[in-house]
Each structure stands twice: as C-alpha cells, then as structure tokens.
Write a protein that binds this ligand. Structure first.
Ligand code: NYM
Ligand code: MG
Length: 219
C-alpha cells in the first residue's frame, strides 16, 4: 500500500533486555504486512549472528571470548555499518524498516560498563553518519519487572547492576536535543496494549515521511 514515490520509514525499537522488543517488533511487522505495507524487520546484533562480525559478537555475549571494551563496541557498530546501505536502499524503495535495537543500545550498553575510558560521548561517535531513525520507540520497563521475565541472566550484561546503569543512560540519551524523534512507551503492560500504543505513532510517522523529507543521518 506504499503510495507511489513515497519512501519507507525507519522505525527503531529500543529498551532494556526483556522489555519485550522482539515480540513487539514481530507484532508490528505483522500488523504492517496485514495493512499491505512493504515492511522488513531486522535486528542488531543481526538476527542469526552469522556474519563474521555477528559470530564474534555472539561469542563475546555468551562469555566464550574476551575482547577489549572498545573493540567489542566497534564490532557492534560495524555490524550496523554492514547493513547501512541496504537499509537506505529499502527505505528509498518504499519499504518501512523496523529495527530491533540500534545505535542507542550501542552507546548505552558500552558506556554502562564502568570503563573510565569509554564515555557515552566516545561511544556515540562511530554511530555518526548511520541512517537516522524517523521514529525511535523506547520500551520503558523497570529493571525489576524486566528481571521477572523469562530467560534473564543468560548473557553478558544481563545483571541487575548493569541494567540499572543502562536504563539511566538510556534516559539521559533520550533527553539530548537531537533525539526529538523518540517516543517513550510504557512496556510494563499487557502485550496487546503495548502493541496498540506502538502501532499508532508508527502509522503516523509513515504518513508523515514526505514532510520529514529524505532519510537523515545520525549526528
Ligand atoms: N548490545 C546490543 C550492545 O551491547 N551493543 C549494541 O550495539 C547492540 C545492538 O547485545 N544485552 C547488547 C544488548 C543486549 C545484547 O542483544 C544482545 P539482544 O537484542 O538482547 O539479543
Ligand atoms: Mg537480550
């Protein structure tokens, strides 16, 4: 149903581990398909963690390898740069691209590790120039509620202390003036209610891409 000549929208979903991002992205993807929109759903780290960079990230997150904090940070960023051009091509082709985690996760997780040489400012720099989301939905959940959901604690970073720091940094990043396209969603509610709250701003954004103009870049 993408109207002639209209570009797709770049929609990012962010939040803590177990905030429900992947379930909500899947629901959003299906809703947009049911409405006949050209849509893709991608995630970072990329879905099967199967590219050479994806494999290194996977091994690190499972605790099977050690990497310098800066190195793993840059690998996460490189994983986004690997697909930046294809995102741009899809958007130009009228496809709305739903992205499960993006540069915001990239910056805040690394900057939450307590490494004095890895500030949020430093962590943001490799993201500069990547396609800028038209809309970023931050699924807000307390670390306590997130921890109650299944599977928590398996991977690196899934500790209470880390998640608290991640949440604080997410909130401080959302305050930055260049992030006015961010929409905070209360993710501590039933799945259907959250899905409804997500669909509305996404449809609105897709309708408005013409007035937003061409896809921008992160600055
Ligand atoms: N993560 C994810 C980062 O540390 N930096 C990044 O750039 C991205 C995209 O990977 N705990 C972390 C956050 C998660 C972990 O992601 C795995 P997921 O979506 O939980 O599988
Ligand atoms: Mg996770």
């Amino acid at each position: 149903m993408a109207e002639k000549g209209r570009r797709g929208a770049l929609v990012v979903v962010e939040g803590l581990d177990r905030a429900g991002k992947s379930s909500q992205c899947e629901l959003l993807y299906r809703s947009l398909l049911a409405l006949n929109y050209k849509t893709k759903y991608i995630r970072f780290p990329e879905k099967d963690r199967s590219t050479p960079i994806g494999k290194q990230i996977d091994s690190y997150l499972r605790g099977q390898s050690q990497l310098d904090d800066h190195s793993i940070h840059l690998l996460f960023s490189a994983n986004r740069w690997e697909v930046a051009q294809s995102i741009q091509d899809d958007i130009a082709d009228g496809v709305t691209v739903i992205v499960d985690r993006y540069s915001y996760s990239g910056a805040v997780y690394s900057a939450s590790k307590g490494n004095p040489n890895l500030s949020l400012h430093w962590a943001w720099q490799p993201e500069v120039g990547l396609p800028r989301p038209d809309l970023c939905l931050f699924l807000s959940i307390s670390p306590e509620d997130a921890a109650k959901r299944g599977g928590y604690g398996v991977e690196r970073y899934e500790t209470d202390c880390m998640q608290r720091r991640v949440r604080d940094l997410f909130l401080s990043l959302l305050d930055l003036p260049h992030n006015d396209e961010i929409c905070v969603i209360d993710a501590g509610r039933p799945v259907d209610e959250v899905a409804q709250d997500i669909l509305e701003p996404v449809l609105e954004c897709m309708k408005n891409v013409d007035s937003i103009g061409p896809l921008k870049k992160l600055g």
